[in-house]
Write a protein that binds this ligand. Structure first.
Ligand SMILES: O=C(O)CCC(=O)C(=O)O
Ligand SMILES: [Fe+2]
Length: 240
């Protein structure tokens, strides 16, 4: 057993940003992992994400509800985004949400299951209190798979058109999660360890904070889970 000398405490990193260790019981983690494996299958399954500069992200991803990725044209009006500053389309160049895996196999994205929305609402209530639970339903999941060498640079989750809290669930290997500020990709930031079963929620004044995953610690997943690597599931309200 990985008995802790001191139990890990829940922590509010900033107003609106909370880390709740061990939120998901072992059995729920196993179930969620099994469904992630189903979602990762084609069509519109796990893919390597291209970045605007022609590179690729090291974490691989599958989306539910709406597909997140780099687009060349406005999903609303079809014109090249750079030529289209006045378009009311729901995009923020060069990333956007689209109904199909435009940068993958082109298939329609898998639906967002209502039960994940319930998980998200419970998570927000537990982490930030019932008043923080948003009115509109959660309708997007981004599932990122990290092998031992993958990481994610500092970024903001800004393609949504709603300010509902982002709910993050982690499975498998422990990682360093860097939670920063709303102004810059650099300091001040706080590094927290996210382990299998941990919940992290950021909403309110922390919703637009930069964050990233500088490191995964390979081989640290709980042996009973049966996962080599790390999965992170973020649940979001699109507002689209
Ligand atoms: O893997 C994580 O913990 C964070 C993922 C993330 O920031 C994202 O999907 O936008
Ligand atoms: Fe993010």
């Amino acid at each position: 057993m990985d008995a802790e000398l001191f139990p890990r405490e829940r922590a509010e990193l900033a107003p609106g940003a909370a880390h709740v260790p061990d939120w998901l019981p072992a059995e729920r983690q196993r179930e969620l992992l099994a469904t992630c494996r189903d979602w990762a299958r084609p069509p519109a399954g796990l893919r390597t994400v291209r970045t605007p500069g022609g590179g690729t992200m090291t974490a691989r991803q599958v989306c539910l509800g709406l597909h997140w990725g780099v687009v060349r044209a406005c999903p609303a009006c079809g014109r090249p985004l750079r030529d289209n500053p006045g378009c009311p389309g729901p995009h923020q160049y060069p990333y956007a949400y689209t109904p199909t895996a435009v940068d993958g196999d082109g298939a329609p994205v898998k639906p967002f299951p209502g039960r994940l929305g319930e998980v998200a609402r419970r998570a927000v209530a537990d982490a930030l209190g019932p008043a923080a639970v948003p009115g509109p339903p959660y309708d997007i999941a981004l599932i990122n798979f990290y092998d031992g060498t993958a990481h994610m640079g500092m970024h903001r989750d800004s393609e949504e058109r709603a300010d509902a809290p982002v709910v993050s669930l982690s499975l498998g290997d422990t990682c360093v999660f860097r939670f920063g500020n709303t102004e810059t990709r650099t300091r001040p930031y706080t590094d927290v360890e996210l382990r299998s079963g941990d919940l992290f929620v950021f909403g309110g004044p922390a919703r637009a904070a930069y964050h990233g995953v500088p490191r995964v610690h390979p081989g640290t997943a709980p042996p009973w889970l049966g996962l080599a690597g790390r999965l992170n599931i973020t649940l979001r309200v699109s507002g689209l």
